[in-house]
Design a protein around this ligand. Structure first.
Ligand SMILES: NC(=O)C1=CN([C@@H]2O[C@H](COP(=O)(O)OP(=O)(O)OC[C@H]3O[C@@H](n4cnc5c(N)ncnc54)[C@H](OP(=O)(O)O)[C@@H]3O)[C@@H](O)[C@H]2O)C=CC1
Ligand SMILES: CC(=O)N[C@@H](CCC(=O)OP(=O)(O)O)C(=O)O
Length: 332
């Protein structure tokens, strides 16, 4: 179905806190084509008073950005509240909602609740059944999504912690100026950081139930992540045997594509799905290497948040997620 032909008869309201940021902007774009969600509020301190349509091409309504305190957000009483804030800021918003309207579905895009046993970890391809009907959902990290989906079918074969070499576009560092999104530093460059102990190393290890190693880098392109994963196998396998595992594990999954070739990050930009390819084993059949690509702002953030919101509200998981088009906001 084309985006324009999707009939909009909203039955649930949704608000976004931290809507000026890159992930919030992507989600607003997706909601413009959603048949069941009405965007009720968008918060930003910096853009307060500005019409949303000035900022997001695909949004056509009258809504304006508002500066909203945690209490203001709770009072709005939307069915779903998406927190797209930097890490360590969500607490006051969650507390205010719990005081005023605890049945609100909260989807936290930050890392604040990804290790919290009282929250549901929102990775549909691994934990779909627990997300249906959940009210507190921690959206996974962008690299952590790629690492987990790239390793889940083979992690039980590993004899040592699998290693992930990751490269992200600079949108991964958010819209607030930092060395990791400073093009004067990034131009003709690749910046390694957090070579051990990145939070997504802990997140992927925790949710895979298996230790992994991860070293991230940021590159001078805007969007997309490429991960090269390396797994020492307990016993020899052929590349064909490994491929069969991936095909079986992801059979029927609309947002995971397995390909023969090594996927390229630029081919995944603006796309909802994650690609896994280039599956190779060494001559001894004991070291497996493969490549995962995803758009950090889509499957790594907004698309996954929308899958989760859909599942939590009982909508079709892919409502508002059009697989045929490049739906990204033009925010480069
Ligand atoms: N970028 C990415 O690829 C991904 C990011 N994430 C996570 O998603 C979250 C949002 O990321 P991203 O969109 O990149 O971030 P940005 O830095 O681009 O945006 C952050 C948003 O939060 C608002 N904000 C900042 N500080 C406060 C505060 N103290 N109180 C209220 N609002 C505040 C900002 O708006 P204003 O200042 O106008 O109020 C802005 O709208 C982060 O936790 C990030 O780690 C997760 C997956 C991928
Ligand atoms: C390039 C870059 O800086 N990327 C971010 C990942 C963004 C993300 O998913 O972060 P959270 O887990 O904090 O939500 C980082 O490494 O922190």
């Amino acid at each position: 179905m084309s985006e324009s032909s999707q009939k909009k008869t909203p039955s649930k309201t949704l608000g976004i806190v931290g809507a000026r940021g890159f992930t919030g902007a992507e989600l607003i774009g997706l909601l413009a084509n959603h048949p069941g969600f009405e965007l009720q509020y968008v918060s930003s301190r910096e853009l307060a008073g500005t019409p949303l349509s000035d900022h997001i091409d695909r949004f056509t309504g009258d809504l304006r950005f508002e500066e909203l305190s945690p209490e203001d957000v709770a009072q709005k009483g939307a069915d779903v509240c998406v927190l797209a804030l930097p890490n360590k800021i969500s607490g006051d918003f969650v507390a205010a909602i719990e005081r005023t309207k605890p049945d609100t579905i909260i989807i936290d895009i930050s890392a604040d609740h990804r290790f919290d046993r009282d929250w549901t970890y929102g990775m549909p391809e691994r934990f779909r059944d627990t997300i249906r009907g959940a009210t507190r959902i921690a959206n996974p990290g962008c690299y952590a999504t790629g690492i987990q989906l790239g390793l889940a079918p083979v992690v039980e074969l590993a004899i040592a912690p699998p290693m992930a070499f990751g490269v992200s576009g600079y949108s991964g560092a958010g819209a607030t100026p930092s060395p990791k999104n400073d093009l004067n530093i990034l131009r003709d460059n690749l910046m390694p950081y957090s070579l051990t102990g990145h939070i997504h190393e802990a997140e992927a290890s925790h949710h895979l139930g298996h230790r992994v190693g991860f070293s991230p880098h940021v590159a001078p392109y805007f969007r997309g992540i490429t991960l090269t994963l390396s797994v020492q196998l307990a016993r020899p396998h052929s590349a064909a045997q490994i491929r069969e595992r991936f095909d079986a594990f992801y059979a029927g999954e609309a947002l995971v594509e397995i390909c023969d070739a090594i996927p390229l990050v630029k081919d995944n930009a603006g796309k909802h799905f994650l690609r896994i390819g280039g599956i190779e084993v060494d001559a001894a059949g004991e070291r497996l290497a493969l490549v995962v690509t995803l758009d950090n702002l889509l499957k790594g953030a907004a698309t996954q948040a929308l899958q989760n919101a859909n599942l939590a509200c009982g909508f079709d998981e892919l409502a508002g997620i059009n697989l045929d088009t490049d739906t990204s906001e033009k925010n480069t």
